[in-house]
Design a protein around this ligand. Structure first.
Ligand code: SAM
Length: 219
């Protein structure tokens, strides 16, 4: 059974012939998608030997060796054009790493669908997507324990995003769901505390103070 975070990622993957999960670790996502019949075939990529072994052991214990190919590679180097992958999932990593993986693999794209779950730097990832031939078509935020996770779905296309769209997500900021509100209230409280500390340290003229003040103003 998938965690709430991975279940939300799985739900956003479109029914297709072939998907790839880059940085799959245990290959739980690909196994669930094949078992649900949402994808016929999957490729899972891992840069590290240990997680690749985790993937292989899930795939063989579930009897899915005919449908899921486990490959050792850095990012999208796991794929070639002839694989004809339609959906690429990259989940559970920092946004800057996801951006780098997409950037390094640009010659293979654009993919029909991207499902991305960045743990950090969502803003930089959104900016990269719209600057590189994708439009964000859907977003979701899920809570798992004390954590909030953002999931971004993109398709080939054009889109203009405002500064607020980049920070908060064009769909998330319209929906204003309970997880979204909780995340940003928490962030605002955290930044207010940083401002207070800087004020106490008489650092109100510092770059840091101006930066944090600007960030709080955005929320
Ligand atoms: N995607 C799974 C999930 O969301 O639960 C696993 C996330 S795990 C925290 C991140 C995985 O990404 C690790 O297994 C790591 O080895 C892998 N990884 C990191 N950089 C990578 C890269 N450049 N190419 C492929 N895999 C990578």
């Amino acid at each position: 059974k998938l965690s709430p975070r991975l279940a939300a990622v799985a739900q956003l993957v479109e029914t297709k012939q072939k998907m790839a999960d880059i940085g799959s670790d245990h290959a739980y996502l690909a196994s669930a998608l094949v078992e649900q019949g949402k994808v016929a075939k999957a490729i899972v990529g891992e840069v590290a030997e240990g997680p690749l072994q985790n993937a292989k052991s899930t795939v063989s214990s579930q009897g899915l060796t005919g449908s899921i190919d486990c490959r050792l590679a850095d990012g999208l180097a796991a794929l070639s054009k002839t694989d004809e992958v339609e959906t690429v999932v990259i989940a559970g990593m920092g946004g800057l790493l996801i951006k780098k993986i997409l950037e390094d693999g640009q010659s293979l794209g654009p993919f029909q669908q991207l499902v991305l779950q960045p743990n950090t730097d969502q803003e930089a990832l959104r900016a990269w997507l719209v600057q590189n031939g994708y439009r964000i078509s859907q977003e979701k935020m899920v809570a798992e324990g004390v954590h909030h996770y953002e999931i971004i779905v993109a398709h080939p296309g054009q889109q203009k995003l405002s500064a607020e769209d980049l920070t908060f997500g064009p769909f998330l900021r319209k929906d204003k769901g309970p997880v979204f509100v909780a995340k940003w209230q928490h962030e605002r409280d955290r930044l207010a505390l940083v401002l207070k500390r800087l004020e106490e340290a008489q650092q109100t003229n510092s770059m840091k103070y101006a930066e944090v003040k600007r960030a709080v103003g955005q929320i």
